[in-house]
Design a binder for this molecule. Structure first.
Ligand code: LER
Ligand code: MN
Length: 290
């Protein structure tokens, strides 16, 4: 019957949702929302042991990533790379795409472009979150948006050459003063003529900015490309007050079939955070076939 067919379609799509563990290789960003830090070999091994399908790396720069080592580790542990973060461009190097300073914008673009290429070699995407920057004091909103458009256009095109999208992440108001919600991300992408850009739904940021997480996910369905799977307090999924039964239900309903990356604090410790995430994913995101 129809209900059974719908359910089996949902199960099929849900099976194609994959879990990634975050590993931060940026010494300046110590104690951030990452399951593992510092050592890619240990991070990959522990992620695989915990049941993750993939890893997501935050790197200092494309040049500092040891790509041959990463390739070996991924193959040894049967993991894939979901994406590379570019946050260190802002957090460690103070670069961003909406700076009124042409040379800072240029360097931000070079920095992110190299990461787009490096990720692309792995069939993975680059994430633009903090590198989106903020509208600086004295700068017109239209000017900042114009610069951002320019940067994103170039990066999205470059990502397209690798057959992957560019991922744009709305951040909460305490980290950036524009594009804080998914609907603002949709508006931006559409105002740019819908280039090769997809949105990242980070449940931590969404818990601060969205009126309703479920409604926001549904409205962004055309452009949803990635999820940061984390709880309201940035602890692992299941350790805060986000309703993961509802999140899982909406993701299945909209046919989401990408990664859910655990960008969460290693609380109470990395291995327990990893186990907690995998447990919540299995309980609420991928339904048991009936
Ligand atoms: C920053 O808060 C964040 O969520 C990261 O994914 C972006 O670097
Ligand atoms: Mn995030």
């Amino acid at each position: 019957n129809d209900a059974a067919k719908r359910r089996s379609g949902e199960v099929q799509r849900a099976m194609s949702m994959k879990q990634a563990a975050s590993i931060c290789l940026v010494p300046q960003i110590h104690g951030g929302p990452f399951l593992y830090e510092g050592d890619p070999a240990a991070g990959c091994r522990r992620a695989a042991e915990a049941g993750f399908d993939a890893v997501e790396l935050h790197v200092s720069s494309a040049e500092e990533l040891d790509a041959p080592l990463l390739r070996r580790l991924l193959s040894e542990h049967k993991l894939s790379l979901s994406g590379l973060g570019t946050g260190a461009g802002f957090l460690a190097h103070r670069l961003h795409l909406a700076s009124p300073d042409t040379s800072i914008r240029r360097r931000a673009l070079d920095y992110a472009g190299a990461i787009v290429d490096r990720a692309g070699e792995f069939g993975a995407f680059a994430i633009i979150g903090s590198l989106k920057g903020s509208i600086e004091p004295g700068v017109e909103r239209a000017s900042a948006l114009g610069w951002l458009h320019e940067g994103l256009h170039a990066l999205a095109e470059r990502a397209g050459q690798h057959g992957v999208p560019l991922i744009l992440e709305p951040l909460n108001r305490y980290e950036s003063n524009y594009i804080n919600r998914l609907d603002e991300g949709v508006e931006l992408i559409e105002s740019m003529g819908s280039p090769n850009i997809r949105l990242l739904a980070d449940l931590f940021h969404m818990n601060i900015e969205e009126a309703c997480i479920a409604a926001a996910l549904r409205s962004a369905v055309r452009y949803l490309g990635h999820v940061h799977f984390v709880d309201s307090n940035r602890r692992p999924a299941g350790c805060g007050h986000i309703d993961f039964a509802q999140v899982g239900c909406v993701l299945r309903e909209i046919g989401y079939h990408g990664f859910l990356a655990a960008e969460a604090l290693a609380w109470p410790d990395p291995d327990r955070a990893a186990r907690q995430t995998v447990e919540t994913f299995r309980k609420h995101v991928v339904p048991k076939p009936t």
